[in-house]
Write a protein that binds this ligand. Structure first.
Ligand code: SAM
Ligand code: SF4
Length: 330
């Protein structure tokens, strides 16, 4: 049992950490990145050993759930070594968020290395639209990746869809049928104003979860699920399917009061809230105390006092946070 629990000023226990393992990606999704990106130089990026050291210390402070994300986690070289290492920490839940492009070759290896669950992003089932949204992505490869993940026998697979009016909102019924046929959960996400983008007006493209739910209700009855993951998603079930349909609604439904998570960027910045700029530099602490972990643990404990009560996203698409999602670790 961990000796210490991480608790913030508002009585929330933090037991979930999302670790970004790279800011790089083979896609350039319009809501996440600019077309031309400058990525971090190697010395500003945590090594895999440093990421594991951070993970280990969070686990010693009561963390039960870790999610690896990015950027695209599967483009980081030797990512399997990190998965294997974290897989030995006895976590209740060990997951990864991926765009799926590398899953045809990686799914089974990840499962064998100890990963429990996968979230796979899928915004369109139309090749051209998929290419349009991801700029560089290949839909067939991702679909193959989803099948490889199913074959590998993960504890859970969930699709993530960012819904944008005029880009993929009319595909919601098809995406639901796809998830039902593949027997995987699906979550619809409202686009968040992270980083400045030029491709579309976020205020106009915002498709609220209530709108998405209404659209689905035309085809399937949605029954609010009794279980709650403790996270930002609200889940529903359909009478004739075992899959769950989730909604993440930073604009229309504030989920801050039950927030149990923090993020660590690949630069080692501990972010206490997705929608605020507060952060603590763990890389500096790590590198100035290479042998013992006392200072690192105390820095993490003290950082909890900085966790703000709530995020501040506005629905008109104004950028309030200058970091892009690939830097944040979505
Ligand atoms: N590359 C992986 C992927 O795409 O799944 C993991 C990192 S990605 C940043 C994590 C999730 O954040 C993806 O599901 C993506 O759709 C979502 N995302 C990125 N930018 C977003 C934004 N501005 N608003 C809402 N979701 C966003
Ligand atoms: Fe890459 Fe994921 Fe961002 Fe798309 S959402 S550009 S796949 S990091």
């Amino acid at each position: 049992m961990p000796q210490t629990r991480l608790t913030d000023r508002f009585g929330r226990t933090v037991n979930y950490v999302r670790l970004s393992v790279t800011d790089r990606c083979d896609f350039r999704c319009v809501y996440c990145m600019a077309e031309e990106m400058t990525f971090l130089p190697r010395q500003q990026v945590l090594t895999l050993e440093e990421i594991a050291r951070i993970a280990r210390n969070f686990v010693s402070l009561g963390t039960e759930k870790i999610r690896l994300t990015g950027g695209e986690p599967l483009v980081r070289k030797d990512i399997l070594d990190l998965v294997t290492e974290i897989g030995t920490y006895g976590l209740r839940d060990f997951a990864m968020t991926t765009n799926g492009s590398q899953l045809p070759v990686m799914a089974e290896k990840l499962r064998k290395a100890g990963l429990h669950r996968l979230n796979i992003s899928l915004d369109s089932l139309d090749r051209d639209k998929f290419r349009n949204i991801t700029r560089t992505g290949n839909l067939d490869q991702v679909l193959e990746g989803i099948d490889a993940a199913r074959d590998a026998g993960f504890r859970g697979i969930k699709l993530n869809t960012v819904v944008m009016k005029g880009r993929n909102d009319e595909e919601i019924p098809e995406l639901i049928e796809f998830a039902r046929a593949k027997q995987v959960d699906i979550t619809f996400i409202e686009e968040m104003p992270l980083g400045e983008i030029s491709e579309h007006d976020r205020g106009l493209a915002l498709c609220t979860s209530d709108e998405v739910r209404e659209l689905i209700s035309e085809h399937h009855e949605l029954i609010e699920a009794t279980e709650n993951s403790g996270g930002p998603a609200r889940y529903y079930r359909m009478p004739d399917s075992s899959i769950r349909v989730g909604f993440i609604s930073p604009h229309s439904h504030n989920f801050c009061s039950t927030c149990n998570r923090v993020r660590v960027t690949v630069e080692g910045r501990l972010l206490l809230c997705l929608g605020n700029e507060h952060s603590v530099d763990l890389m500096r602490v790590l590198r100035s105390h290479p042998v013992t972990d006392d200072k690192l643990r105390q820095t993490i404990i003290d950082a909890m006092d900085l966790k703000p009560e709530r995020h501040h996203f506005s629905a008109d698409g104004d950028v309030e946070i200058l970091r892009f999602m690939n830097m944040t670790g979505g």
